[in-house]
Design a protein around this ligand. Structure first.
Ligand code: CTP
Length: 408
């Protein structure tokens, strides 16, 4: 994923410096060329040998160290980098950078680097909230640098507050967004629906399904890493939302309908992977229903078919993709849905195929369009998401070029 990309990591003196070992390791596993520059103070928290062992590159601390492979090291590294992340970024280094001070290897390389720069401030809460630090951070933002908001939590100094270095997975996501993929969806808004819906019976019970949201969340994440603005309308799930998507949490099919109708006109691409309930109880009891002798029946009514309504009221050049999860006659049912709902693509999967379906990290899908079908092999849900977006992007571009006539 990061083959041929050079990532510069600047590590400053903070207790969270140890987390960067995991980040460096994750980047190496994705085939990035990782170069770490440390401040002298950072070496009190983690040894440069750790980074050298993980990255296979010399970890540079001293500007005047002569034992290196580049000509003028700070310039060479600055030019080589595809992205430069400083994490943890101490108040001291933030202050230096904001005020043009370049007095060590990290700050000189930073000054010489013209590529995207990302800083993750991490320090004691009082230091972080100090107006001088805040002014410096604002200055960096004004210069076009990306600042990762620190997390709130228990800090090494024994207090709880803001100033914690976010988890290394979050730092990695910022780097991936910068360098991992072509930004072929930039300028597009993608509306994704994901997860199940819950139809209340009473304050205690509901009707739902086994959807975990994994497929939709993978699509939302991949679309945002490819440069799209992503609106993610999600039913109740227990997985972390993708970092760069705008999350709109909903509960019932009706909530999902309302949210989709609110945002649909902003979207260039709509991908409806949610498992929406087709039926909802006619009446919701305001009190817990007590059991009685004998059987009970719940009367259900149809919910609105959101996808169908989208297909009927689509705006010009809007690409709509639905999902079909079937247990029999996969292709026939999916083709029928493609036509009856007037959409551009149906992602079909069979619950009976091993490795496909709810809750798994993999999927086996067939992409069905008006032009035919593409069967994909067993893949991770991230890979499937990328393939779906490749197909969407490819068809979307063709349609735009052909000045697609919209069926009303
Ligand atoms: N869908 C929707 N609104 C609903 C139900 C489903 O938008 N009330 C969407 C899903 O998000 C998915 C697609 O429709 O993209 C699934 O098609 P659908 O025919 O509704 O499938 P099922 O609900 O499984 O229905 P069927 O009983 O016809 O298989």
């Amino acid at each position: 994923m990061l083959k041929g990309k050079t990532v510069l990591l600047g590590v400053t003196g903070g207790i969270a410096a140890y987390k960067i070992a995991n980040l460096a390791s994750a980047l190496v596993k994705l085939h990035a060329d990782v170069n770490v520059i440390m401040t002298q103070n950072a070496t009190n928290f983690i040894n440069p040998i750790t980074f050298e062992s993980l990255t296979g590159n010399k970890c540079i601390v001293d500007t005047f160290d002569r034992n290196f492979k580049f000509k003028v090291e700070h310039i060479a590294l600055a030019e080589l980098a595809d992205v430069f992340m400083v994490a943890p970024a101490s108040a001291n280094v933030i202050g230096k950078i904001a005020n043009g001070i370049a007095d060590d290897m990290l700050t000189t390389t930073f000054m010489a680097c013209k590529k995207k720069k990302i800083l993750a401030p991490a320090m004691n809460t009082n230091m972080y909230e100090n107006p001088i630090v805040q002014d410096n951070i604002k200055k960096l933002k004004d210069y076009g640098m990306e600042i990762i908001e620190p997390a709130t939590g228990y800090l090494a100094c024994g207090t709880t507050g803001s100033g914690k270095l976010p988890d290394e997975k979050i730092l990695l996501e910022y780097i991936l967004r910068e360098v991992a993929y072509e930004k072929d969806l930039s300028g597009k808004t993608v509306l994704v629906t994901a997860g199940p819906t819950r139809e209340a019976i009473d304050p205690v019970r509901f009707i739902s399904n086994h959807s975990t949201g994994k497929m939709g969340y993978a699509i939302a994440r991949c679309a945002s890493l490819r440069g799209a603005r992503v609106i993610l309308v999600s039913g109740p799930v227990s997985i972390e939302p993708p970092l760069f998507a705008e999350l709109v949490p909903v509960v019932s099919a009706e909530d999902m309908y309302n949210a989709v109708m609110k945002y649909k006109d902003e979207a260039d691409i709509i991908i409806k992977s949610a498992a929406v309930a087709d039926y909802t109880p006619v009446a919701v009891s305001s009190e817990k229903i007590k059991k009685q002798d004998g059987d009970m029946r719940i009367e259900l009514r149809r919910t609105k078919d959101i996808l169908k309504e989208l297909g009927q009221s689509r705006r010009e050049n809007q690409f709509i993709c639905g999902f079909a999860m079937e247990t029999e006659n996969l292709i026939e049912n999916a083709v029928r849905k493609l036509e009856s709902k007037n959409v551009d693509m149906i992602v079909a999967n069979s619950l009976k195929t091993e490795g496909a379906g709810f809750g798994t990290d993999t999927n086996v899908v067939t992409l069905i369009t008006k032009d035919g079908k593409t069967e994909l092999p067993l893949m991770s849900k991230d890979e499937v998401a990328m393939k779906i977006l490749d197909e969407v992007e490819c068809l979307d571009t063709q349609f735009e070029r052909k000045n697609r006539i919209v069926l009303k």
